[in-house]
Design a protein around this ligand. Sequence first.
Ligand code: HGY
Ligand code: MN
Ligand code: MN
Length: 415
Amino acid sequence: MSNYLSETDAGQRIMRRCNELGSISVPGAGVTRLYLSQQHRSAAETIAGWMRDAGMDARIDEAGNVVGRYHSVSGGGPYLVTGSHMDSVVHAGRYDGPLGVLTSLDCVAVLHGRGRRLPFGVEVVAFADEEGTRFRTTLAGSRAITGQFGDDLLDATDADGHSVREAMVAFGLDPGAVGNAAHRPDEVIGYVELHIEQGPVLQAANLPVGVVTAISGQTRAVMRLNGAANHAGTVPMGMRKDPLLAASEIALAVERIASAYPDTVGTVGFIKAEPGLINVIPGEVSLTVDLRSQVDGIRHAAFDELGIAAGNIAARRGVEINIDTILDLHSCPCAPDFVDRIATAVEAAGVRPLRLPSGAGHDGMAMSTMTGIGMIFVRCKDGISHSPEESVTAEDVATGAATLLHFIENFQGRP
Ligand code: HGY
Ligand code: MN
Ligand code: MN
């Protein structure tokens, strides 16, 4: 048994490991650890070692997830699954994902340290690809665990044109075996994830942790606009077919439409003009749209309105437009009994249980296709995330860990 538990403060223990894991990154600001990269491999092996120290059988599965199992008192499962993702966006913080993985791992280390086994097993998963940063393959790790890792994911390509299939082989995985990562439904009795809030609500309420009620649905699309590349100095303004100006109007339409619908947010996170030269009117522009709302019908209505607006803008400017929806995830309610159990655990930690939705997506959206899900939020400073400025306090992390451990130790079979 490692001397991990000799640090008696759970918050300090967990944050120290978040920092250690955070150092496994592409050089640069913050953390950049992408699916099937060298950094993924190194982090996966580190996490698997920590899992074994905590008395778990640990392996890197056929999709690159790290799966650790702390067997039940009778040996084997079924398993309450917990954890979060180990991948990141570019220039991320140290806690989005890893805090959930390492807090879950800490709970098992505490059980193991006490020599305690439960009537069910506890499975900790470090999902390999929740963000989809490299291949635009959101929730790929949890889709593998739930048997939804289809060819659409294997054929996805990164900015260099490498497919997931090719990257898996380079990583040492067999793309043909990815289906073996899927869990059988009878193996899983629930999924609970601890995650930073990535928003301002808990800080405003002066609360260290919160109870998640639902995960907002999200639609992601890539819009490609084709105009007429031409000389910047010779084409009169009235004769241009400039896709970048059309894209600029569409970005403002995203803002206008998302603002007009309740509890809805819209973001253009990426825009690229080709050939991208100072003295050339762009010929082709691509931009991404990320639209989210707590209610699926509202999100779809907003997206439909945006599609019409974008088509009108393109037609008026004489450019062609293609809209490719690459993701449409329905809103995902947490299981009511999980919400209640987590609220009880938060109260046991001496905190008023505030219920709140998640605007951010999580692996629970995939896990909910297989089992009931619950989420615990931990306050993060000023709600900042997807940034090197992401930060939490050891005290709040300790409260989150106590909440998760209470949930796990008091979890009985589903009603
Ligand atoms: O984008 C999200 O909601 C999450 O961080 N993947
Ligand atoms: Mn994220
Ligand atoms: Mn996350």
